[in-house]
Design a protein around this ligand. Sequence first.
Ligand code: 13P
Length: 257
Amino acid sequence: MSERQFLIAGNWKMNGGPFEAAELLEGLRSAKNEISEEVDVLVCPPFVSLGMAVKYLHDSDIQVGAQNLHFEDNGAFTGEISATMLAESGCNFVLIGHSERRQYFGENDETVNKKAHTALSHKIAPVVCVGESLDQRKKDTHFDVVSDQVKKALQDISDSEILDVVIAYEPIWAIGTGETASPEQAQEMHAFIRAEIAALYNEETASAIRILYGGSMKPANAEELLSQTDVDGGLIGGASLKADSFSEIISIAEKLS
Ligand code: 13P
């Protein structure tokens, strides 16, 4: 049994303005008011709902994270949000390099690395997302692709900082498609990522870092995915938008802890 604690994280994507967020969090707390100390739970609503979520969850064990940040601290960057602002709003996690941001908003390995450094310097834990496309998996280049993403994302992150980083493996072909990586495929890639971390840092760091799986995780498949040795939690999109399904996944993680 590893000492790594499950992290069950909900990425709401562009869903849930303040009113809807309040409703969803209300539902989540009534479905799951008590959360085991052995499981960490995180919700990542859109920016405009962060303040409300932090306020609403201040007396709960559920943590709040953002879905993105800018790597500069302030200045003429219309429409962007800085790490200082996130920290001030009460966020302690931030998603970085989600495939949707890479695909639609020009995010690349270089900006992912800059953002990870910025988050860490503001004591916000970066959840760095990596994962291959269907084409890359078919061409059997998925390990190379993920290895490259991991190395570039973590460039110059120190031995002490790395312990605050969370990696999320999200195969693009499994996101929002209803298609899930098989538990074996997830385990294989998670073990590979852990070996990469061991090579970049050391065995101790590799065994401490959390690697989440994301891509159509839901109550029906959460148990088999979370049972894999190197799967330390989930980054959940669609199923985190329903209080019942998200709380069910939390309960599964509690049972497996
Ligand atoms: P789905 O759970 O909707 O497939 O989304 C996964 C995801 O992209 C989480 O970041």
